[in-house]
Write a protein that binds this ligand. Sequence first.
Ligand SMILES: Cc1cc2nc3c(=O)[nH]c(=O)nc-3n(C[C@H](O)[C@H](O)[C@H](O)COP(=O)(O)OP(=O)(O)OC[C@H]3O[C@@H](n4cnc5c(N)ncnc54)[C@H](O)[C@@H]3O)c2cc1C
Length: 456
Amino acid sequence: MKNYDVIVIGTGCGAIISDEASGRGLKTALIDKGPLVGGTCLNWGCIPSKQLIYPADRIVEIEDSGKLGITAEVKNVDFAAIMKRVRKSRRDSQAHVREALERAENLDFYLSEARFVGDYTLEINGEKLKGEKIFIATGSRPFIPPVKGLENIDYLTNESALELKERPDSLIIIGGGYIAVEYGHFFAAMGTKVTILEMADRLILSEEPEIAELLKKKLSKRMNVRTGAQVGEVKAGKSGVTVVARDKKTGKERRFTAQRIMMAVGRRSNADLLQVENTGVELDERGFIKVNEYMETSRKNIYAVGDANGRQMFTHMANREAAIVVQNVLHGTDIEVDYGAVPHAVYSHPQIASVGLKEEEARKEHEIVVSRTAYYDVAKGEAMMETEGFAKVILEKETDNILGFHIIGPYAPELIQEVVNAMTSGGDINELNEGIHIHPALSELIPTVVNSVGEG
Ligand SMILES: Cc1cc2nc3c(=O)[nH]c(=O)nc-3n(C[C@H](O)[C@H](O)[C@H](O)COP(=O)(O)OP(=O)(O)OC[C@H]3O[C@@H](n4cnc5c(N)ncnc54)[C@H](O)[C@@H]3O)c2cc1C
């Protein structure tokens, strides 16, 4: 049995914790099952997907440039080169991460799957490790629903899609969340005939209904988007894979056939691999690890951060939780993680960004006023001929505090940041009004929508 002051499982946001612990001279173990180190964001999530989406955005812009009086045509898209660049970037970052791990003092790195075998005790490759403080940062993996016939199909996920060397001619994406629409946008721009099958009545349930509606309208110009489509069976045939889906409204069964299918219906916890029950750590009904406001699990001195606790499954939040927990545990502070202004973005085309409450949620707890402004109503939006994108603000009626802010349109993820900062400093709309905004710039959208509240 090896004893450690600190054991961290997972090299995504977990690396923030192991860095700090080993840097402070604590005897630290960092474990990752691999095969790649650095976690989902770096290897299969944010970074590779955005490297794919950047060229996809350029293609769609070129194809849309007719409205600006430009006749342009995309002559060739080198799919293999785009995919190769992503894999090369990943190899380069692997080298950096591994080198940093080797250099670190007071740190033992284990490239092996860990599981709890007793109280505060883990087993890796037959070796037992005991930790005084244990940080679980084991993340999540694709959720694969039990669909008849799926076990016989070589389906893609956000992981295996990155290994593609040839563009599929056609692709059915099962799921309609942000991973599905981002990959739908990418493959459609590459020239793949894409079909998205989503069981719910709209895409991306976490967004405002009118944003989901505009997203569906825009994507539908480039691909087949079916909402309310319940997939019951998949079958391999000569012409590819056939997906049998029932239309929830009409009850009718429809068949869709494509060369490949991709599963993107959500994420599931990795807590099962870790067998956390063997150290008495409790899970919630979805299988994610239960934590309190300090990220502590049901066992003292065992913490769970990032996707492992299933609270806000984004890298920026995983990193924030890790930074706060390590500060509290190693530096004796008492900081609670603040989820009041957690933004997120969807890099589809159009882009989406949101922070805070949606209108329906806000209405349940507050008296609210809501306003929307189109990109076209600010000078830069008009110059861009952006006629459909808009921003929506939800304010508390009495205080004028911002409760929620939602944008669909170009640069939405960049535009939302000043709202996030204002909400983090209390949410007073004057935070947005007092700073002078460059004219003409898309950022004028933010004060414009806030000040249009009450204009009817
Ligand atoms: C396609 C895709 C796109 C995304 N895009 C974005 C985005 O644009 N912006 C954003 O903020 N978020 C995005 N996300 C979400 C983001 O990737 C995650 O929220 C984030 O990576 C979670 O970090 P983490 O440290 O909690 O877990 P991870 O990064 O998943 O790290 C967990 C680590 O634990 C290891 N592990 C698991 N179980 C064990 C075990 N039993 N023993 C040893 N090691 C184990 C794994 O190998 C892994 O390396 C995306 C996700 C996907 C899938």
